[in-house]
Design a protein around this ligand. Structure first.
Ligand code: ACO
Length: 209
C-alpha cells in the first residue's frame, strides 16, 4: 500500500449536486465509454494526442486495459486515479500522475467533467478534495497543473481552487495533434493553510455534507 491510496474523498455539496471522488473501477466501463463517446467535441482538443480514432479509444472494451494500467501505477505509488461522481453517478475523472518522491515529492493533476454538468463547481471541488488529500495523506508537497492558454474554464478552475500561475511551457505537450504551449499552475502544501476545501467552504462555493 502506498500513502493516500486507495481513498474515497468527500462528499461535498456544490451547485451541480453532491460531489465525491473514489478510485476508478472496472465497472466504470459503461458510463466512461458512453460519456466520452458523446463528449468528443468537449474533450478531444484538451487531451493528449491518442493513437487510433476516438470511437475506438473510448469504446467500452478499451476501458479494462486503461483501468489495469492505472491500477498498476496506483499500486506502485506512481498515480492516484480517481472517478468523480455527482449524486452517485459517474461524472468524470481526476488523476494525480507522475508521482515523484524523494526530495521533489511532486506530481501533476488532471481532470475532465461530463459536459452535462459543467459550470456546477464539480471540477473546482474535485481539485480541492484531491489536493488536500495528497498533501495530508499522500506524502506530497507540490502539485502541478498544465493548461492550454485557450482553456478558459480550466484556468478558472485552478484560480478558484487556489493554484497560482508559475509560467508558460512552450510546445510542452502533444495535445490534439500538435505540440501545444501550456501555462503551468502549481500549489505547495505551505500555501494551502487549513486546506483548499476549507477555503471553498469559507467562500460559499462548497459545503461539507
Ligand atoms: N468562458 C469563460 N468561462 C467559462 C466558460 C467559457 N466558455 N465555460 C466555463 N467557464 C467558467 C465557469 O463559469 C466556471 O467559473 P465560475 O464559477 O467563476 O463561473 C469555471 O469556468 C468552471 O468551474 P467548475 O464549474 O468548477 O468546472 P467544471 O466542473 O465545469 O469543469 C472543466 C471544468 C474540467 C475544464 C470542464 O469544462 C472539462 O471537462 N473540459 C474539457 C476537458 C478539460 O479541459 N480538462 C482540463 C484539462 S487541463 C488539466 O487537466 C490541468
Amino acid at each position: 500500500r502506498h500513502p493516500g491510496w486507495p481513498a474515497k474523498l468527500g462528499p461535498l455539496r456544490v451547485p451541480a449536486g453532491i460531489l465525491a471522488v473514489r478510485p476508478v473501477r472496472l465497472r466504470d466501463a459503461g458510463d466512461w465509454s458512453r460519456v466520452r463517446l458523446r463528449d468528443r467535441e468537449h474533450l478531444e482538443m484538451w487531451e493528449p494526442t491518442g493513437v487510433g480514432p476516438w470511437p475506438e479509444r473510448n469504446a467500452y472494451w478499451s476501458w479494462p486495459s486503461q483501468w489495469l494500467a492505472l491500477r498498476g501505477l496506483a499500486r506502485r505509488g506512481q498515480c492516484l486515479p480517481f472517478t468523480i461522481t455527482v449524486d452517485g453517478r459517474f461524472a468524470g475523472q481526476i488523476t494525480v500522475g507522475n508521482v515523484i518522491r524523494a526530495s521533489l515529492r511532486s506530481a501533476w493533476i488532471g481532470y475532465w467533467v461530463s459536459s452535462d454538468i459543467v459550470r456546477g463547481g464539480v471540477a473546482t471541488g474535485a481539485v480541492a478534495l484531491v489536493t488536500d488529500h495528497v498533501f495530508d495523506f499522500g506524502g506530497l508537497h507540490r502539485l502541478e497543473a498544465t493548461v492550454r492558454p485557450e482553456n478558459t474554464p480550466s484556468l478558472r478552475v485552478l484560480a478558484k481552487a487556489g493554484y497560482r500561475q508559475e509560467g508558460l511551457f512552450e510546445r510542452y505537450l502533444d495535445v490534439a495533434g500538435g505540440w501545444r504551449d501550456h501555462f503551468c499552475y502549481a500549489v505547495t502544501k505551505e500555501e494551502t493553510g487549513d486546506g483548499l476545501v476549507s477555503r471553498l467552504v469559507a467562500k460559499g462555493l462548497a459545503e461539507r455534507v
